[in-house]
Design a protein around this ligand. Structure first.
Ligand code: CAA
Length: 278
């Protein structure tokens, strides 16, 4: 299945490409149970206009509703950028009243609500909203030429789609504050050292590395994956006590699944498990 079928929620989709299952890359694949979603405005470094964000949210919601989809890789078209931020030309004339009434930024909440694991495959610039989108994903695989940053201060504003919150949580207050108040860029290797990205690879291997990681996640029992993702994300939102309680309830709940019985039986019988997703 490819493209529009996986994207029924978007009208006339143009700025997002959906391939499910993800196609072969460098002779490896296709990747069963993995979807590839491409931000497709390379002529403007995949700048995130409202329409692209709407198509992205709708595409992710459609994939999230598809039980066959176990993991999603999000990448940018071209070699220069994951995304160079919100579309400055579209934003320049906005007013507070218009922003409030139209509520385009609610699309970011829709992306946050996606339960299927999301992996960002980042080449080149991930700036402003592009950095915020990468951080809204569950893991980031970065090319060694990737740069992250929140340069909004240089155009008279500040991050508005999660940058102040997620960057500070990911790399700590001091460095996040420096990056947000200066607009400086954070190179991939330093981003990895600070814990923002899960691994750094040569640029031409970025997509394949992300798809391989996605395939490993997709091969795990899906209900346990959903429950574990939910619990890790609570670590950033709850007190330790409430988070531990949440974790324990999800852990107990998984004992109602066929996959728990299968996983433990397979271990004891020294064989590979066959997951049912139930
Ligand atoms: N919005 C709209 N268009 C953009 C864009 C953006 N964020 N970033 C790049 N483009 C466009 C450029 O206007 C240019 O288009 P034209 O050819 O029509 O002029 C094209 O993409 C290529 O860009 P450059 O010529 O600027 O390429 P470069 O190599 O000289 O510079 C760059 C690359 C450093 C990334 C530079 O493009 C840049 O600084 N971009 C803006 C980065 C930014 O400020 N992002 C934050 C946006 S605000 C935000 O994201 C708010 C939020 O939190 C939601």
């Amino acid at each position: 299945m490819a493209g529009p079928k996986a994207d029924p929620g978007a009208r006339d989709p143009r700025f997002i490409r959906v391939e499910f299952p993800a196609p072969a890359v460098s002779g490896e694949g296709p990747f069963e149970h993995v979807a590839l979603v491409t931000l497709d405005r390379p002529e403007v470094l995949n700048a995130l206009n409202y329409r692209l964000l709407g198509e992205l949210a709708s595409s992710l919601e459609a994939l999230d509703a598809d039980e066959a989809c176990h993991c999603v890789v999000i990448t940018g078209a071209g070699e220069r950028a994951f995304a160079a931020g919100a579309d400055i030309k579209e934003m320049a004339d906005q007013t507070p009243v218009g922003l409030t009434r139209k509520n385009h930024f609610a699309r970011w909440e829709r992306i946050k609500r996606v339960r299927t694991p999301l992996i960002a495959a980042v080449r080149g610039y991930a700036l402003g909203g592009g950095c915020e989108l990468a951080m809204a994903c569950d893991m980031i695989v970065a090319a060694d030429d990737a740069v992250f940053g929140q340069p909004e201060i240089r155009i008279g504003v500040m991050p508005g789609a999660g940058g102040t919150q997620r960057l500070a949580r990911a790399i700590g207050k001091a460095r996040a504050m420096e990056l947000i108040l200066t607009g400086d860029q954070l190179p991939a290797r330093e981003a990895a050292a600070l814990g923002l990205v899960t691994r750094v690879v040569p640029p031409e291997e970025t997509l394949l590395a992300a798809l391989r990681l996605a395939a490993r996640v997709a091969s795990m029992p899906p209900v346990a994956v959903l429950a574990a993702k939910e619990a890790v994300n609570r670590a950033f939102e709850l007190s330790l006590e409430a988070g531990l309680e949440f974790e324990r309830r999800n852990f107990f709940l998984l004992f109602a699944s066929d996959d728990q019985k299968e996983g433990m039986a397979a271990f004891i019988e020294k064989r590979s498990p066959t997951w049912k997703g139930r």
